[in-house]
Design a protein around this ligand. Structure first.
Ligand code: DP6
Length: 333
């Protein structure tokens, strides 16, 4: 990751899908997670961010997909830039222009790719070349899952117990296993409760302690399944971990229900395709109703055909495993 100069840099980071979920923090302000997690970067879903340090203090500017960002998004980005300004002892405002290549409003989380790209663009524009683990920890402060979008391929975020020890690293590279995420977009509605608010509620569920107490076993098992490309073992653990996170969400106070009726139909269909038809596919859901159907590349066409047969209301996105964050050639903002 080579730094850029002249106070401007452009960086790209990819979204990721967690197989072992991050849910709840032991320290909310530092985003130290309740548990370690593991994900796959999504090659075909990414955010590209150009950032210019303007040289004088003042308000930051933020544009997303060519339009001025709403105040909430600007505040969150400015708060992260404040962290970077404090860390590097500077006060300059920034102009930030960010584009997502995946359709906006599809309920596909963009905070992971967004804060990973922002962290890399902001430090590169300062001429700073952070080590990967430092950049991952920095991105974590903007959005927890962004820590996992810095390294490449299949990525493990060890929870750690301090800012410096809570960062993500590559477990295996993307070409180790040709897994594909076939995303069944069942609803375009925005999350009523975003992840940040959801993390605050996790400890109000009596199930969170049981989920966290058992996560290391699932993490080891999913790593072993990935290492040996054992899809059957992988599928059972990934679905269990997703179900456990959603059980915590549904039993939080107040409860959080992220599934739509169609989400459940897809989940049941996926299990049936695997059990009855021998199609090697499993599901996992983040803090939203869309169902990520994970399969090997050779089965993706069959999974997509099945989804289309199941419902005309399902829109489909697809991505294979992908690289980490990178600096791109500079262009003017
Ligand atoms: C359900 O990283 O989006 O997708 O740190 O508040 O930005 P913030 O939360 P975020 O949480 C992701 C939660 C999840 C599971 C996961 O990706 O591990």
């Amino acid at each position: 990751m080579s730094p850029s100069s002249n106070n401007i840099a452009r960086a790209r980071a990819h979204s990721n899908i967690a197989f072992i979920k991050y849910w709840g923090n032991r320290d909310h302000s530092l985003r130290l997670p309740a548990n370690s997690s593991l994900s796959m970067n999504l090659k075909d879903l990414h955010t590209t961010t150009t950032l210019e340090w303007l040289g004088a203090a003042g308000a930051d500017f933020l544009e997303i997909n060519g339009a001025p960002a709403d105040p909430g998004a600007l505040d969150r980005v400015s708060a992260h830039l404040d962290v970077i300004r404090r860390r590097f002892g500077m006060q300059s405002a920034a102009r930030v222009s960010s584009t997502n290549n995946f359709p906006m409003g599809t309920g596909i989380a963009s905070s992971a790719s967004a804060f990973a790209a922002l962290s890399l663009a902001a430090t590169s524009a300062l001429g700073v070349d952070l080590r990967e683990r430092e950049l991952s920890a920095l991105a974590r402060l903007g959005s927890g899952s962004a820590a996992r979008s810095i390294p490449s391929g299949f990525v493990e975020w060890r929870a750690g117990d301090a800012h410096e020890t809570s960062y993500a690293e590559t477990f295996v590279q993307a070409n180790h296993w040709d897994l594909v995420d076939v995303i069944a977009v069942v609803s375009r509605r925005h999350k009523h409760i975003g992840s940040s608010a959801g993390h605050l509620e996790a400890d109000s569920s009596v199930l969170q302690s049981a989920r966290v107490a058992s996560v290391e076993g699932r993490l080891s098992a999913v790593k072993a399944a990935i290492a040996s490309r054992d899809f059957e073992a992988f599928a059972d653990i990934v679905e269990e971990d997703s179900n456990l996170m959603h059980a915590v969400m549904m039993t939080s106070k107040p409860p959080l229900f992220y599934w739509d009726p169609l989400s459940l139909r897809v989940m049941q269909a996926v299990r049936n395709w695997r059990a009855a038809d021998g199609l090697r596919v499993c599901y996992t859901l983040d803090a939203g109703p869309n169902v990520h159907c994970i399969c090997e590349a050779g089965d993706a066409a069959a999974v997509k055909a099945n989804l289309r047969d199941l419902s005309a209301d399902v829109e489909i996105l697809q991505s294979s495993a992908g690289p980490g964050a990178c600096v791109l050639p500079r262009v003017s903002v």
